[in-house]
Design a protein. Structure first.
Length: 131
């Protein structure tokens, strides 16, 4: 998979979670979906009970996860978020433009402010179907 942020003004592309993030995106026949993504270089604590705030923040910054229902019109999928790692997304609709080519699913967001620096950007995600 890949997760890239493209700056709308400059065209510059940045890997959000490194060159090789890992994750799963699932859609079920009953209309539910879930997504989880983690960075390629992610902290691996030995004892969660002893983590300091900085280490907990690092874990939060290297994770994306949410679930809910979805609707699809053939070109656009809308994720109706019931629960999220980022509570600002809970109760929202996350609109994604999609294109399926063979085993690859290409997803782009509409222009939105970057969560990193607030600049207008487009999210570009690529997922490969697994059996």
């Amino acid at each position: 998979m890949s997760d890239v942020r493209q700056d709308v003004e400059t065209g510059a592309k940045t890997d959000n979670f490194g060159k090789h993030p890992q994750g799963f995106l699932s859609y079920s026949r009953d209309g539910r979906m879930s997504a989880i993504e983690v960075a390629e270089q992610r902290p691996k604590p030995t004892d969660l009970a002893k983590l300091g705030d900085a280490d907990r923040a690092a874990l939060f910054r290297t994770l994306l996860a949410y679930a809910g229902t979805f609707s699809f019109d053939g070109r656009v999928v809308t994720h109706h978020v019931d629960v999220s790692w980022n509570n600002n997304w809970t109760g929202t609709d996350q609109v994604r433009n999609v294109r399926l080519e063979g085993r690859m699913l290409y997803i782009t967001t509409n222009v939105q402010p970057s969560a990193i620096d607030g600049r207008p950007c487009i999210g570009i995600l690529t997922w490969e179907k697994i059996e």
